[in-house]
Every structure is written in C-alpha cells, then in structure tokens.
Ligand binder design. Sequence first.
Ligand code: NCD
Ligand code: ZN
Length: 358
Amino acid sequence: MANLQSNRQPDTQSRLILRQPDDWHVHLRDGEMLDAVVNFTARQCARAIVMPNLPTPVTDVQTAIAYRDRINAAVDKTHDFTPLMICYLTDATDPKEVERGFHEGVFTACKLYPANATTNSAHGVTDITKIYAVLEVMQNIGMPLLVHGEVTDADIDIFDREAVFIERVLKDVIVDFPGLKIVFEHITTKDGVDFVREAEANIGATITPHHLEFNRNAMLVGGMQPHYYCLPVAKRELHRLALRKAATSGSPKFFFGTDSAPHVVGSKESACGCAGLFNATHAIESYAKVFEEEGALDKLEGFASEHGPHFYGLPLNEKRIILDRTPNLVPATVPVMDTHIVPFHADTKLAWKFVGFE
Ligand code: NCD
Ligand code: ZN
C-alpha cells in the first residue's frame, strides 16, 4: 500500500523520516585526508565499515586499534559515530590474530582484496586457498568476509572481471565454506545480483550510489571522464538496471555501502588516474534520488538502515534522520590540504536534503 501511494503521489511527499543509516563500505583514509572527509560520513551514518587499504594496510589488531583511535580523534564531537574496523587479508594472515581481534571487539570482519585488484591492494591475497585456514576460523566464529570480487588475470577483460570472479573463486568458496557470511562488495553486474539473490541467506551485497546512477558511458563518452572512474568499473546499462532493481526490491540481501573513496583532484585528473569516487558528502540523498526515480522510497529505509545490521547481526540504530524535499546543491569541490576533491554529483542539485535528526 505504501508503495502504491509513493508511486502515485511522489511529489506530495515533502519529508522522509528514516532510521539512521550505516555505511557498510567506506574509505576514510588517514592523516589530513581523514580529517577532511570523515565528518561527512559521521554526520549521516551511525556506523561505518572502514576499509583497511591504507598505504600500509591494517593487517593486525594493534594497527586497527591505532587507526580506530585516529578516526575517533578526527570525528567532530557533535557526532555519535562508531567506526567498525576490518582486517586486510594477506597470504600470511594468522587465523589466531583474526580470531583474537574479533573476540576483543576490534575487528568486525575481514576484507579479501585479490592482489593488485585495486587501490593499495598490492599486499592482497594471491590465491584464495592461501587463506583457507582463516576462512575456516571465520566460519566457525561467525565473522563476515568482505570480498572485492574481481579477478586480476591480465587476459580477462576488465569489464568481465566480476563475472569471472564468481565462476572461478566465489562459487568454490561458498561450497567449501557453506556457513561463512560473505558480503560481495560494491557489485556492478547482473551476474553479481543473480549470484547473490540465488545464494543462501548468508551471502549479501553492498551497492554504491554511483553504480546505480551511471553506466560505463559516463566514463568514456565526450572525452575521458576521470571522476566517473572507480573499481570495479561501471558496466553496461543492463547491469545498472539490474542493480537498481535489486537495491529497490526490498530484498534483505542488498544494502547501503557507498565505497566513498576520495582522491585529490590531481590524482584523478592525471595520465594514470586513481580509481574511486567521493560520494560521502551526500550519501543518503544520492540513494534517495535513485529510490524515488524507481518509485520505491518506501524501500529506502530497509536498504539504508535495516538490511546491513541484520546481516551483520548488529542492533538497529535508534535515531531517526530527516530528509526534506528541498534543493540541495552539491559543492563543486571539497577542500583538502592545499587542493581539493571533486565529489560525486558535483555542482548539481539533488531533490532531497539531510537536515538533521528527529
Ligand atoms: C578504492 C580506493 O580508492 O581505495 N577505489 C575504488 O575505485 N573503489 C578501492 C576499492 O574499493 O576498490
Ligand atoms: Zn572500496
């Protein structure tokens, strides 16, 4: 019924009140970049899964505690924000360290980066079987595995790397570890959507606002558009449509994960530009745009604020955020150090605006 109403009268709704969201995949970086970006996430989200791909990755408990302290120190005291720390898996990860970190409440999950798949992943895993002992422990203790799902083989076309990862890696992992909770991060393909939908309830996925918004043409038509380049790269339109359908379907398997990944403008507009979009300034508003376009505003709260905590086995947030229908201009630039970042939706107006808490 609620769905029908929002389909019929989308323009009459001027305020949305939602349980506060969490970001289940974000890059907060470190140092001055951390200071510049963290409060965009902390003002909207109660919790965030903080990606561990720092230049020196977060591979042990002590490093994670020190990084968590730096994040907390950078968060404005007016925000009530909890960073959830992740262990970056390498070929040499010690299962005992992972287990200790989980039981001590430092690590929420582990992240699998196939070696050299993306930014700061040189220390990633070279062969999935090298971490089988870790996966065994994670399965036993109920610790989620977060997966950057792309193969890195030079002979596999970059647009096929996610689909091939499913065939060559993920299908075996779910057979070998049927009880392991897995988040297929930032899925970009219909193949990813279908795989997650057909898998058991312990397999979920995050979907970014940008993969819901544009397809690969955005990156390549009218000249190279480095601010639309991220990994996994955006795919064909049919894949974007499948992602939109999945995100707005109400399925508990799909949830909010921005993959906000800031790089300064000079690193993006470069002969070898970095992968990553910075979307944390207007995360919930960017998702709201898509859900409204799909006539599914009534499904936004589940996606943004309920499916993630349920998957992770964490409590729902109690606070409610307010989004008003009012023109919301995304800044053209966000200052950092002596330069700036160009955010997602830069210099465009979004229809919804996060205005605070109920
Ligand atoms: C991320 C980054 O810059 O750290 N980049 C990106 O394009 N998403 C890494 C990642 O999540 O792949
Ligand atoms: Zn990421």
